[in-house]
Design a binder for this molecule. Sequence first.
Ligand code: HEC
Ligand code: HEC
Length: 196
Amino acid sequence: MRVITYLAGVGLLGCATLVQAAGNPAEGKEKAAACGGCHGENGNGAAPIFPKLADQHASYLFKQLSDFKTQRRVEPTMNAMAEPLSEQDMHDIAAYYAAQPITAENGETNRLGEKLYRSGNPASGVPACTGCHSPEGAGNPQANFPQLHGQYAAYVEKTLHDFKAGERANAMMRTIAAKLSDAEISAVAEYVSTLK
Ligand code: HEC
Ligand code: HEC
């Protein structure tokens, strides 16, 4: 249904980049006033448990807010925050955060994490993360593969455990996370946080 609405929207606007056309960052900044306490005023996360939203693809941010609203993605705080948002609010907020610069995390490159990210683990059947999230961790907005570079390691670790336990929806990531050991999860989380 969402796909049909999306395609209809693209047709209507005669525009290939619906999200850019639909979201108003200035409006989004005002609508995001209630988000700053946790995600930071510019989307760089007030603490490592609050994911950075800055510089993330607007299409991905919009999808997550929709998923929280419909409780496809279950997390009580965010389910409550997304509940009152309209589709236009979500587009505007997504456009605002997508336009903010992300603050990189400094630290040594985690070598085990780097190996896993770039080559996967052939022995356990884990694919390389680069295939979808790109070598620089920039993701792919068309395919809705999120950007990972600079994200807090604590959040990445938590969300990979959620995929692994089947607590966060997404067939692709559940299948991959199910094959990751706890040590691999910590290593790759640390690696992406320092990826620039
Ligand atoms: C009380 C703290 C809090 C507030 C306020 C809050 N969030 Fe969140 N947000 C979180 C937490 C915690 C998570 C991680 C959820 C999880 O672990 O799945 C999150 C996750 C998200 C994500 C998913 C990020 C990703 O990388 O997948 C988005 C998007 C988001 N929040 C947007 C918002 C917006 C927009 C608002 C304001 C309308 C908001 N949040 C307000 C705590 C908060
Ligand atoms: C086949 C494509 C694919 C591969 C390969 C892949 N991912 Fe993902 N990943 C996705 C998709 C799609 C999502 C978005 C899920 C959603 O919409 O909730 C995602 C989401 C994530 C997230 C959540 C980001 C956030 O902000 O909440 C993390 C972390 C992640 N992937 C890490 C990895 C790691 C680490 C690897 C390699 C071991 C990997 N992914 C390999 C497709 C992939």
